[in-house]
Design a protein around this ligand. Structure first.
Ligand SMILES: [Zn+2]
Length: 111
């Protein structure tokens, strides 16, 4: 009976790990894809120093995206958000590998 409970527990952990692995893999690949697609557009335009929104040709002094005063946050190269996507994607892929290793350990321990 205790063996039956143990098997159920392992199966639950296995399924949860599998779901996490799929989620982190999909989220990681999507984030990397978004980050890489946007980084292909290497414009010389300048963006809001806070959120990276392109402010070229803007008449006001406030970012229309985040409302920050451009005299305070400054104007830098756009793309802070896409760098975030690449970092997020890398972290997600890393996590998915950890889950994958965990799944293999779980399978090996119960083979
Ligand atoms: Zn902004």
């Amino acid at each position: 009976m205790s063996n039956h409970i143990h098997t159920n527990f392992v199966m639950t952990v296995f399924v949860v790990m599998l779901i996490f692995w799929v989620l982190t893999t999909v989220a990681g690949l999507l984030s990397l894809l978004i980050g890489l697609i946007f980084s292909d557009r290497r414009h010389s335009e300048q963006g809001c120093g806070k959120c990276g929104y392109l402010v070229k040709g803007l008449s006001g002094l406030n970012c229309p995206e985040c409302g920050a005063d451009l005299r305070e946050v400054g104007i830098g190269k756009p793309g802070r958000s896409r760098r975030g996507f690449v970092v997020l994607g890398s972290v997600m892929i890393g996590l998915s590998f950890l889950f994958l290793i965990f799944i293999f350990i779980l399978l090996a321990a119960n083979a």
